[in-house]
Design a protein around this ligand. Structure first.
Ligand code: SAM
Length: 198
């Protein structure tokens, strides 16, 4: 019931998750259930890449991505909710994270990404796409900022109230001009890697 009612509400009306959900998103339980390192590995993110984390929330994966891409890489952590970005910035200000200096944060919508075309090696989304009312429009905009040989990585987790089946995500992306390159994980938690098909 606790999961079913929000699911029904979100099917009828899509909206960004409220900020208090970050207590779960940032929890050790969530890190155990949906480990950032596993999603990053499955996404094909590597040292030196320029990455967009779209819908980064309070940054449950952000610091892990920053460590993987290293000093040669650059991570743009973006969310539509200013409060999410504020939470992420507070994390970055902590003493233990002061050495990480390859992250830029920004508040923007997936419909209008503030980047030039062919800019990113990878675009990384975790539990975000289904929250966007017009996912096709967002995917088209991602297509614009992704390099020709770039990777779009989409991870989904069954506990999320917007969880889509793998075939749903695949269909949406293929319609938007991507082709599936790799599919990893299982029904509970999966990551799909796409390339631009044209
Ligand atoms: C379920 S949260 C996941 C956050 C983070 N990716 C994680 O896994 O912890 C979804 C995030 O997507 C953001 N979001 C929703 N619609 C968006 C849009 N149109 N443009 C950018 N971000 C959006 C929300 O504000 C929220 O922070």
């Amino acid at each position: 019931m606790v999961i079913i009612i929000p699911r029904i509400i979100k099917k009828i009306h899509k909206f960004p998750v409220p900020v208090f959900i970050t207590y779960f998103l940032d929890s050790n339980l969530r890190r155990w259930l949906q480990p950032p390192a596993k999603m990053i590995l499955r996404s094909g993110i590597k040292n030196g890449m320029k990455v967009l984390e779209l819908g980064c929330g309070s940054g449950s994966c952000t610091l892990d991505i920053a460590r993987v891409i290293g000093e040669e890489g650059r991570l743009y952590a973006m969310d539509i909710q200013p409060l999410m970005i504020q939470k992420l910035m507070r994390k970055l200000e902590k003493e233990e994270n002061k050495k990480i200096n390859n992250i830029e944060t920004c508040v923007a919508s997936a419909y209008e990404l503030p980047f030039e075309q062919d800019f990113f090696d990878a675009v990384f989304l975790v539990d975000v796409l289904q929250e966007i009312p017009d996912a096709a429009r967002a995917l088209k905009e991602i297509h614009r900022v992704l390099k020709r040989e770039g990777v779009l990585a989409i991870s989904e987790f069954v506990i999320d109230t917007d969880y889509p089946l793998r075939k749903t995500t695949r269909r949406q992306c293929e319609r938007a001009g991507y082709r599936l390159v790799r599919s990893r994980g299982n029904f509970l938690s999966y990551t799909l890697q796409f390339a631009k098909s044209g």
